[in-house]
Design a protein around this ligand. Structure first.
Ligand code: CP
Length: 330
């Protein structure tokens, strides 16, 4: 599996050297400084960096934040953007992802941003095209730009100038096993020196995750006072097929699931207002989105003073500007 170490692709962060991650985070900080007062305009110092380039978003799975922030990022750099959404493309007529990607490459685009349900899809496409591929989420495997924006937000919140996260304890809570965000974050945050603890039931946070470099525990409450950041994950109902498990919760979202009930899940793993009170005042509350309010996270906590959720979204544009510029210019 190619990683960030591939010269022109951003496919994942597992086995990626620290200096490459830090280089992208430093590039993100340059973007932040350049955008500065010009945020929300196209007058930044990099406004013409990708002038004349076309970035193609190939999204074979739904997205709000990732697709639109890649689009905003490309436009802030002066590139044009074309969008393909799987459900309205010729994939519905049986065309493969590779044929789709090679046809779009043949139109003369400068980069492909790929989201797909299949783990490894972005790497497969990267092996068949000649332009940079940026993985925007592949199945349960990786979501590298999400982890980079999360690391950037943690470093910013805890004033870690050169992205050294040593001494910080970060919990990733909920459906860790189905989460590409978690896999990329475990790789990224541990490489930057943080201690990462995955929290969930034995099904949602199996001990096997420890092979990735995280600690696994099934008990959230004792951890709360020692955390510097807590990253809440939604249960990815769409990735479970069981017809029997969790009918109560499944009915509420129209899908079967791996939890017995929302009530039981919340009693152990939700970040409720009561649990949030046990966090340090300096701890930040994170969520990659989309949030299922009232399940993994109480609305008042999501919107409260320790939440950096919308900061994560803003930083997502900066990280994607840095990633697009770095990969296209490589
Ligand atoms: N965080 C994230 O990947 O959100 P979207 O699915 O909306 O892109």
């Amino acid at each position: 599996m190619a990683t960030l170490a591939s010269p022109r692709h951003l496919l994942g962060l597992q086995n990626t050297p620290r200096e490459q991650i830090v280089a992208l985070l430093r590039a993100t900080r340059q973007m932040e400084r350049a955008m500065g007062a010009g945020r929300g305009t196209n007058t930044n110092a990099y406004a013409t960096a990708l002038m004349g380039k076309v970035v193609a978003n190939l999204f074979f799975e739904d997205s709000t934040r990732t697709r639109l922030s890649f689009s905003v990022a490309a436009k802030r750099l002066g590139a044009e953007v074309i969008d393909l959404q799987g459900q309205t493309s010729s994939v519905s007529k049986g065309e493969t992802l590779i044929d789709t990607a090679t046809n779009i490459e043949a139109m003369g685009v400068s980069a492909l941003v790929v989201r797909a349900r299949q783990s490894g899809a972005a790497a497969l496409i990267a092996s068949r095209v000649h332009v940079p591929v940026l993985n925007a989420g592949d199945g349960r495997h990786e979501h590298p730009t999400q982890a980079l924006l999360d690391a950037y937000t943690i470093a910013q919140s805890h004033q870690r100038e050169d992205f050294d996260l040593a001494g910080l304890t970060i919990a990733i809570v909920g459906d860790v096993n189905a989460s590409r965000v978690a896999r990329s974050n475990i790789a990224c945050l541990t490489t930057l020196g943080a201690r990462v603890i995955c929290v969930g039931s034995s099904q949602l946070a199996p001990k096997g995750l420890e092979t990735l470099g995280a600690v696994v525990t099934h008990d959230l409450d004792p951890l709360l006072p020692q955390l510097d950041a807590i990253m809440m994950l939604r249960i990815q109902f769409e990735r479970y097929e069981s017809k029997d498990a969790g009918k109560e919760a499944g009915k509420e979202l129209g899908k079967p699931t791996v939890i017995a009930s929302v009530r039981e899940y919340r009693s152990q793993y939700a970040l409720t207002a009561g649990r949030a009170e046990k966090l340090k005042a300096s701890a930040i509350i994170m969520h990659p989105g989309p949030i299922n309010r009232g399940i993994e996270l109480d609305a008042e906590v999501a919107d409260g003073p320790q939440s950096v959720i919308l900061k994560q979204v803003s930083n997502g544009v900066l990280v994607r500007m840095a990633a697009l510029k770095t990969m296209i210019e490589a």
